[in-house]
Design a binder for this molecule. Sequence first.
Ligand SMILES: [Fe+2]
Length: 401
Amino acid sequence: MSIEQALTDEERLAQLDLEQLRQLVGLVEYDGSADPFPVSGWDALVWIVGNAVQTAHFFQSAFGMELVAYSGPETGNRDHHAFVLRSGAARFVVTGAYDPASRLADHHRAHGDGIADIALTVPDVDRCITHARAQGATVLTEPHDVADEHGTVRLATIAAYGDTVHTLVDRSRYTGPYLPGYVARTSTLQRRPGAPRRLFQAVDHVVGNVELGAMDAWVDFYNRVMGFTNMAEFIGDDIATDYSALMSKVVANGNHRVKFPLNEPAAGKKKSQIDEYLEFYGGPGAQHVALATNDIVGTVDAMRAEGVEFLATPDSYYSDPQLRARIGEVRVPIGELRSRGILVDRDEDGYLLQIFTKPTGDRPTVFFELIERHGSLGFGKGNFKALFEAIEREQERRGNF
Ligand SMILES: [Fe+2]
């Protein structure tokens, strides 16, 4: 599959050019003809939250997303509200129970706000399911068509870590706003004058937190079942502070559109941030979503103006004489990064700028990363220690450290 083919129609409509996308998310060329489970990219991140009406508003007002479709009691959905939001190639679907008997209410009671479904676009749902089943995956929903006047979508769902699932979506024969059952909908929310057109262009990666000792089994799952390859590996000292540690491995699909770092806790003197997540999420789940932006400074300023809170970076991070030696020349002056708490990392391929939000729900679980890549295909390994120390200060303030 060439990089050109990796661009979906929706991305073309979002006026994302290929070079921009290649840079933004670190796309690579790959030959998909021999791939037993070809994945084109992200279809949607489907959230289950306690108040979809207000979370959808938050993603519009604070994250600059655009409401494009809706399902709810007015459209005949007596179970839940669902709002479909876009920013460039990224799609979030925010759902919340309307009927107290909804299974969404059970999910929310167990996990709090979280990502229930990391849905992926695939060219051939049946081929993927045949392979996944042969490799021992749990098929939760068999391949089936759903149709309306806009065409037909083919879907199937497999189980992933915890209660997280992957719905496989082929919407190549569909022109509607999201899925059958949804109607097109826009919002009356007004952008502030001078606000950037969009604050991020694509999803870069979604991190999964799994139980102690389970990381390698999930790496194996993505290798074997979904044909993902290992990208990088961080173990031990790289991401350990004096008090907590984690192990992390990264798997990616063929063209690197979809990247899944997988974390498990490692022994430390105190409870690690992964342990805290597992306790409050009630098991494994999606920990953070990295959003690709081509202007991290503008995005941070716009989000902060809307009240989004970011992790503070210790001032010593910027005054460290080794920082300049480590990062070399970057697009943004260090003073600009320092005033916003933006982190920098460099590897043999280039550099990246990144920053992390505080958890955005009631539980100390899911949060976001903003990432601006300049050639680097990494995940900010050099920043892990600086970041973890910042996270631990927040954990301590919550009394969970
Ligand atoms: Fe990340």
